[in-house]
Design a protein around this ligand. Structure first.
Ligand code: KMH
Ligand code: ZN
Length: 270
């Protein structure tokens, strides 16, 4: 089994400082949070950016600024969000790819997301995938439901995404697939040979799915994008606290944790 890759999803688009005052929003706060996550064992940072009012943004300039600040502090694989916030036009979601991050998220379908629709039309997914292929950016195929996994696999078989592909099972969104062991193992069983996968559990699902991924050869994403709590009713002090717990769990279960250089090897990032 490979070493464990831990991704820190430090900010997201929907989380607010009201939900957890430690949410990093400014470029400086994000770079510091990413650095602390790196120290705690993360090798990938999944990035959304916020404007000066704290609103979700897909500004290329902001992505550039945060990327430079993070790179000056540590070696983390930068994974840009192309999901943005619910309702962000695809023309904005695609724009930061011009900066050629090593990775970017690629959402594999539309879904009821809370009380809204997170829309990802096939033509838009194809355009995002083609841009990533052109710029040699490794996609992380985001799957929130079973049909999205099948669509994600079709992106690989059709050649829009290079094999072996990397998938993320986002489990426990409101109206998406929940983070039960049965669901995770079923999703895993449907992956083409050679693919890698990570699991991001939302809210209370975060701690539930992490050990399942650790023992079954998957990888783990944690962070305030998905969950602001450390335990029931207790807010996490930082993103790094959540990353550190996954590293502890993994070491307890006799699985070492990958550095960014090792994660590049596992994911086939040149
Ligand atoms: N903000 C969510 C609606 C991604 O980063 O690609 C979508 C999202 C996925 O966060
Ligand atoms: Zn995201």
């Amino acid at each position: 089994m490979s070493k464990l890759i831990i991704t820190a999803a430090i900010t997201g688009a929907e989380t607010t400082k009201t939900m957890n005052p430690a949410l990093p929003c400014s470029p400086e706060e994000q770079a510091q949070a990413a650095f602390e996550c790196w120290q705690a064992g993360a090798s990938i940072v999944h990035l959304h950016v916020r404007d000066s009012a704290g609103k979700p943004s897909q500004s290329l300039e902001l992505f550039e600024k945060v990327s430079k600040l993070i790179r000056a502090k540590c070696d983390l694989i930068l994974q840009f969000s192309t999901g943005g916030a619910v309702g962000t036009p695809v023309s904005e979601r695609i724009a930061p790819l011009k900066l050629k991050p090593e990775m970017a998220s690629l959402n594999a379908g539309s879904i009821n997301f809370g009380d809204e629709v997170f829309e990802n039309l096939p033509k838009d997914i194809a355009a995002l995938a083609a841009e990533m292929k052109k710029l040699n950016i490794k996609p992380e195929i985001e799957v929130y439901d079973l049909g999205m996994l099948e669509y994600g696999v079709s992106l690989v078989t059709s050649g829009l995404v290079n094999a072996p592909a990397h998938f993320q099972f986002v489990m426990g969104t409101k109206h998406g697939l929940s983070g039960s062991p049965e669901n995770m193992f079923y999703l895993k069983s449907k992956l083409p040979p050679g693919c890698t996968f990570a699991v991001a559990g939302v809210g209370r699902h975060q701690l539930q799915v992490a050990p399942l991924a650790i023992v079954s050869g998957g990888h783990v994403r944690v962070g305030f994008e998905d969950n602001v709590y450390f335990s029931k009713g207790v807010l996490a002090k930082s993103n790094a606290q959540l990353v550190g717990r996954v590293k502890e769990l993994s070491l307890l279960l006799q699985r070492e944790v990958a550095t960014a250089a090792e994660a590049r090897g596992i994911l086939g990032i040149a």
